[in-house]
Design a protein around this ligand. Structure first.
Ligand SMILES: [Fe+2]
Ligand SMILES: [Fe+2]
Length: 143
C-alpha cells in the first residue's frame, strides 16, 4: 500500500498516525512469513492507539457522529484481534487476506469518518482536554 495525497486530511497528528498505519500495512504486504505475526501484532497495537487518539478528540470536542465513528473503529478492532488470534495459531493465510482488505477499509474510512472529524477539529480547534499527540509519538507508544 502506498501513501496517496488524497489521504492528507490537513490535521498533522492525524495524518502522521495515518502515514504510520499505511507504512506498517505496506511492510506487512511484502514481509516474509516469519515476520508476519510480529508485524501484525505491532499493527494491532498501533491501531488501538490510533483509535484511542481519535476517540479522545471526539469525546472532548463533542463531535456529533461520535457513535457511528467509534462503532466502526470497534468493528475493525474486533476483526483485527480475531484474525491475530487465528494467525497466532498458524492461519497465516487469513492474516494475508486481512492485510489485502485493510487498504480498502482505510481508504473509505479516511475519506468519510476521519475526513469529517478532521474538518470538525479544524473548524472548532483542538479540545484542550485532548491535545494532539506530537507527530511520530503515537506509534512509538504502541511499539
Ligand atoms: Fe484514523
Ligand atoms: Fe477513524
Amino acid at each position: 500500500m502506498e501513501w496517496k495525497e488524497d489521504f492528507e486530511l490537513g490535521l498533522a497528528p492525524m495524518d502522521g498516525t495515518h502515514r504510520e498505519f499505511v507504512a506498517m500495512l505496506s511492510e506487512l504486504e511484502s514481509c516474509p512469513d516469519g515476520e508476519f505475526v510480529g508485524l501484525l501484532e505491532r499493527l494491532a497495537a498501533h491501531t488501538v492507539a490510533h483509535f484511542d487518539q481519535e476517540s479522545a478528540w471526539m469525546h472532548a470536542s463533542g463531535f456529533p457522529p461520535i457513535r457511528c465513528h467509534m462503532g466502526e473503529h470497534e468493528r475493525v478492532l474486533k476483526v483485527i484481534s480475531e484474525v491475530l488470534a487465528r494467525v497466532r495459531s498458524g492461519d497465516l493465510e487469513l492474516g494475508r487476506r486481512l492485510v489485502a482488505e485493510l487498504p480498502h477499509w482505510f481508504e473509505h474510512h479516511a475519506a468519510t469518518m476521519d475526513c469529517a472529524l478532521a474538518a470538525y477539529i479544524r473548524s472548532t480547534g483542538y479540545p484542550a482536554q485532548a491535545a494532539p499527540v506530537p507527530q511520530g509519538q503515537s506509534a512509538a507508544a504502541a511499539r
